[in-house]
Design a protein around this ligand. Structure first.
Ligand code: GAP
Length: 467
């Protein structure tokens, strides 16, 4: 992780928020490459979940909503984590994480209630003191005030999930979209949680982005639709380059489910710090719509014209985090290899981390093996030499062609081998070099990032090849 964090900063994927003021815990900024990576994740999700389907439509709702939304959803009373303070060193812990860290097994109650006691003698991992507070519930919602007066009547919250806006707008979307159950409403947007202990780089942040689908279904079809969405979502992760061997299905046991839920499966990824959740896929019954019906007094019933039945639809909710997927893609892409010093496409060896240096004729390269569809830059264009105006002019022409096929980067600075390495390190799948032969026969070399093999191709063939 240390190497990855350093690369992410050095190459402009991720910066600490407000770094010049010492940073702010749990908040991150995405640099020039990070922002492209995240955009590619969002676009891939939106295409698969909305544009390629006839039964899902989109929504882009406000972050701050009427506070009654959070009463109805249960977040105001139930969206809490158990917090423990060390009275000696003042370190603060999330009680369940503290137990995990100390290897203590705790019998928690139902999924909604956290209440548990720490065993006597539990020690603070930081200072060893046993003077710890009992776990107490801490609400994770960020509070703010609407308008100039800060009193109880002006309290509002930054949304802790995007999902509730979908439920609150269910009737409006249904009436304008001419959809029929089963159908879904999808949304991508920021969510905020005042996490007690943000950790593992961007994995647990206080501001993050969610991609959520609420798929409304006929009561009684929950199990089949849940299975369908688990399979769909697992398939999608492979399309963005996460191999199935690194993905896990974490099926929640029935006794750990919320009382209204009939199933929940997490898609988890093997991060360097453990197997952790990327997405939760839950069959939530009609809990959310029913609660909004109760609290707003507005009917959330759907009239099924085929069966002449009226019902409050049930829902299956695949809910993913953009930042966690970005982190998984970064971890998955990172590789260190020994490659021939002369970049001519010789055999690539996996770096042996126990050896002090590569064998004769080899050097170490760091390469980000992003799938091309997710790579921030798709093609880099290089004139062989920058002091030959005819090469530079031709390279600029080729750059325009490459740019029309996707994000491209023009680089004329330094030895060609160095320029290839710089692109390897940010995961650019293709490199196009313009040399003296180009001026004679309108061909260029096309270099593959992973094999480092180069082939000569006609400039006229480039658009089709790159696309
Ligand atoms: N509407 C359901 C919901 O919000 P969740 O499991 O709490 O469910 C869904 O969140 C996804 O949002 C998670 O799988 C994760 O990818 C992302 N997520 C949740 N909390 C996060 C945090 N503190 N930092 C980064 N991502 C987070």
């Amino acid at each position: 992780m240390e190497k990855l964090v350093s690369l992410c900063k050095r190459r402009g994927f991720i910066f600490q928020s407000s770094e010049i003021y010492g940073g702010i815990n749990g908040f991150w900024d995405y640099g020039p490459l990070g922002v492209e990576l995240k955009r590619n994740i969002r676009d891939a999700w939106w295409k698969a979940m909305v544009r390629d389907r006839e039964d899902v439509v989109g929504l882009d709702a406000s972050i701050i909503m009427h506070p009654r939304v959070w009463e109805a959803s249960g977040h105001l009373t139930g969206f809490t984590d158990p917090m423990v303070d060390c009275k000696a060193c003042k370190k603060r812990y999330r009680a369940d994480q503290l137990c995990e860290e100390l290897g203590i097994t705790i019998e928690t109650g139902s999924a909604e209630e956290h209440g548990f006691k720490l065993p006597p003698g539990t020690q603070c991992p930081a200072c060893g003191s046993t003077d710890l507070t009992e776990p107490r519930d801490f609400n994770l919602m960020f509070k703010t005030f609407i308008g100039p007066v800060e009193d109880a009547s002006s309290v509002a919250y930054l949304r802790p999930e995007t999902a509730q806006a979908i439920f609150a707008q269910f009737n409006n979307v249904l009436s304008v979209s001419r959809q029929k159950v089963p159908f879904g409403i999808a949304q991508i947007g920021k969510a905020f949680r005042n996490e007690i202990n943000p950790r593992n780089y961007t994995f647990r942040s206080r501001e993050f982005e969610q991609m959520e689908l609420e798929f409304f279904i006929k009561p009684g079809t929950d199990a089949e639709w849940h299975e369908y969405w688990v399979a769909e979502r697992l398939r999608w992760y492979e399309t963005i380059g996460l191999p199935s061997s690194s993905l896990h299905r974490d099926i929640h046991p029935k006794e750990k489910l919320a009382h209204y839920a009939s199933a929940c499966t997490d898609v988890a990824y093997e991060f360097p710090f453990g197997i952790q959740e990327l997405e939760g896929i839950a069959a939530r019954g009609n809990f959310d719509l029913s609660r909004h019906q109760e609290f707003s007094g507005k009917s959330m019933e759907y009239f099924d014209q085929e069966t002449n039945e009226k019902y409050v639809p049930h829902v299956v909710e695949p809910s993913a985090g953009v930042d966690r997927i970005a982190l998984a893609l970064l971890c998955n892409a990172y590789a260190e290899e020994w490659v021939p010093t002369k970049d001519t496409g010789g055999e690539v060896l996996a770096a042996d981390i126990t050896a002090s240096r590569p064998p004769e004729g080899y050097e170490m390269r760091t390469v980000m093996r992003f799938a091309p569809c997710i790579a921030p830059v798709k093609t880099a264009v290089f004139p062989l030499l920058k002091n030959k105006p005819e090469l530079v002019a031709k390279a600029r022409e080729v750059f325009e062609i490459a740019k029309a096929c996707g994000p491209a980067f023009y680089d004329e600075g330094g030895a060609i081998g160095r320029r290839y390495r710089r692109q390897d390190e940010i995961g650019t799948p293709y490199g196009v070099t313009i040399d003296f032969d180009t001026l004679k026969d309108e061909t260029v070399t096309l270099r593959d990032r992973d094999t480092m093999k180069q082939e000569r191709v006609k400039i006229a063939e480039l658009p089709a090849l790159l696309k």
